[in-house]
Design a protein around this ligand. Sequence first.
Ligand SMILES: Cc1cc2nc3c(=O)[nH]c(=O)nc-3n(C[C@H](O)[C@H](O)[C@H](O)COP(=O)(O)OP(=O)(O)OC[C@H]3O[C@@H](n4cnc5c(N)ncnc54)[C@H](O)[C@@H]3O)c2cc1C
Length: 416
Amino acid sequence: MKKQGIVIGGGAAGLMAAITAVEHGAEVTILEHMPRVGKKILSTGNGKCNMTNLHMTAECYRSGEPEVPMRVIGTFPVEETIRFFRRLGILTTDRNGYVYPASGQAQTVLDALRDQTESLGIRTICESKVNSIEKNKNGKFVVHAEGGTFRGDFVILAAGSMAAKTTGSDGSGYDLAKSLGHKIKKPLPALVQLKCKGDFFKAIAGVRTDVKVSLYTMGKNGERGALLATDQGELQLTDYGISGIPVFQVSRYAAEALDHKKRVLAVVDFMPDYSSEEMFKLLKDQRKYLHDRNAGDFLNGLFNKKLAMLFLKTAWIKADQKVSEIPDRKLAELCDVIKDASFEVTGTNSYDKAQVCMGGVSLREVDAETMESRLVPGLYFAGEILDVDGICGGYNLQWAWSSGHLAGVSAAKNQR
Ligand SMILES: Cc1cc2nc3c(=O)[nH]c(=O)nc-3n(C[C@H](O)[C@H](O)[C@H](O)COP(=O)(O)OP(=O)(O)OC[C@H]3O[C@@H](n4cnc5c(N)ncnc54)[C@H](O)[C@@H]3O)c2cc1C
């Protein structure tokens, strides 16, 4: 007789787990509380779905058990992911290692997964929120959901995190795991925008520019403490603070430090390809070239105009003075403003705006060889519900594919 399994959550991890379990001989029902499965997949990569990344290293993942993510990914690596989707009809293409479906549409990835569940005869029950899971004395799981009560030999819990609630992940998966005795590392928004102190943000909102962002802890008197994280890329300035890929990449460290009641400083280098000496020389050259103009035009040609005005204002350089009259001392100050602009981070945007959550089900209580709970035999975990968060670039979906695949194979094969 085939083993009967219940997959809770029809996201990337749950769909992969269900398909894999059935392909390895099990019979599976997916319980999904949204009207349709895979809503989050549709939002990924701005609707293009950055499915994975060819550059896969341990540094791309953060977890309480840092060696685990790559061990799990090693069981179903990037090449296997690409082969899996090719078998489902999806050709992939990569841009600098960032892998997308050749269609350029996340919808085609979801369609391929859904079609595969249908052709494998997987029962998918939507609008069926799981409220509780029990294990009876015969070792069978009894799952109480809004769509009925379901029994199975195994359960794969792939209910996601609390990020982007409108896609279905409302944190109820954590409660289900907790009810079975699992510890949850506090989930916090990650890959998220940062709110900063400063009334000038409104004036520069909408500007995008390449920068290096570094986060530091901040002392009582505003002094810079330990470096938390740093990244380089296109910054997006908003009316409340900073956004864009480099901010997303470091944001989880701000979330964590703020949660520990530490103050956080974001330091932005607006000219990261120039050393301070090179920047100073560049400004001196600029003064030579534009000597007969007004200082208001001094930085035009180097920066977006809104930013240029803010830099001049911050260095107390009057817009109506002559460029030739800006002394070296003021150029040095301007150089500091450009290379070392610091803002206090007051918070992150909410879970709703975050792409993923850090924290989740502790990997200490999950066997990384199988994704099976060490506390409840027959219970498996997959995807973002676990204490793993990847950086931007396809890493979170790869975690969902790999952990989903491993959970599916293990659950179907387990002879217990
Ligand atoms: C805007 C955005 C863009 C992103 N872009 C990328 C990208 O380009 N590349 C990348 O790698 N990652 C990206 N991510 C992250 C990535 O999408 C997620 O990490 C990944 O989809 C998580 O998959 P999952 O299956 O673990 O969770 P989810 O996709 O959240 O799936 C969980 C499912 O469980 C269901 N569920 C929850 N609780 C219950 C319950 N009690 N009963 C029944 N069902 C339940 C939910 O409705 C949901 O369908 C992005 C995320 C967002 C929000």
